[in-house]
Design a protein around this ligand. Sequence first.
Ligand code: COA
Length: 137
Amino acid sequence: MHASIRWTLLNTLYCQPFSGLKRLGLCFYGAKIHSRAYLSPQVFIDPLFPSLLTIEEGALLGLGVRIALHEHAGNRFRAGRVRIGRGATIGADTRIACGVEIGEYARIGLGSVVLRDIPPHSIAVGNPARIIAKIDK
Ligand SMILES: CC(C)(COP(=O)(O)OP(=O)(O)OC[C@H]1O[C@@H](n2cnc3c(N)ncnc32)[C@H](O)[C@@H]1OP(=O)(O)O)[C@@H](O)C(=O)NCCC(=O)NCCS
C-alpha cells in the first residue's frame, strides 16, 4: 500500500516542470539531492528505491532522463546506489542503470545508456556509454 502511494505521488511530480517539487518528494522518500541540483521535466527516478539515489550540487539531469535503482536479470534481483557527482550534466533521454556512479563534472551525451561508472571530468556517449574525451579541469 505504501509503495503504491509513493509510486503515484512521485509519478505525479515527475511530470511537473518544477525541479524543487521533485526534489522535495524524492528527499521525503530518502533520496539525497542537493538543493542546487536540477531535475528537468519528465525525469523518471525508480520510485521503488529512491533512498539509493544521491545527486550532488550543481548536477543537471536533462529532459526525460531515467534512473533505475533496481534490476531483475532472470531470477536474480539487485538494487544498487546511483550517485550523480557534483556539476555533472546528464543529456536528455539518457538511461542510467542501478549501481552506477557518474563522477564530478562528467558530461553524458544525449540518449546514452550508462551501464558502468563514468570517471570525473569525462565525456561519455552512446549505448553502452563509452568515454570519448576528458575535460580539462
Ligand atoms: C556529449 C556532448 C556533451 C558532447 O559534446 P562535444 O564535446 O561538443 O562533442 P562533439 O559534438 O564534438 O562530438 C564528439 C563526437 O561524439 C559524438 N557524439 C556527440 N554526442 C553524441 C551522442 N549523444 N551520442 C552518440 N555520439 C555522440 C559526435 O558524433 C562526435 O563523433 P565524431 O568525432 O566521430 O564525429 C553533446 O554532444 C551532448 O550530447 N550534449 C547533451 C545535449 C542535451 O542533452 N541537451 C538537452 C538537455 S535538456
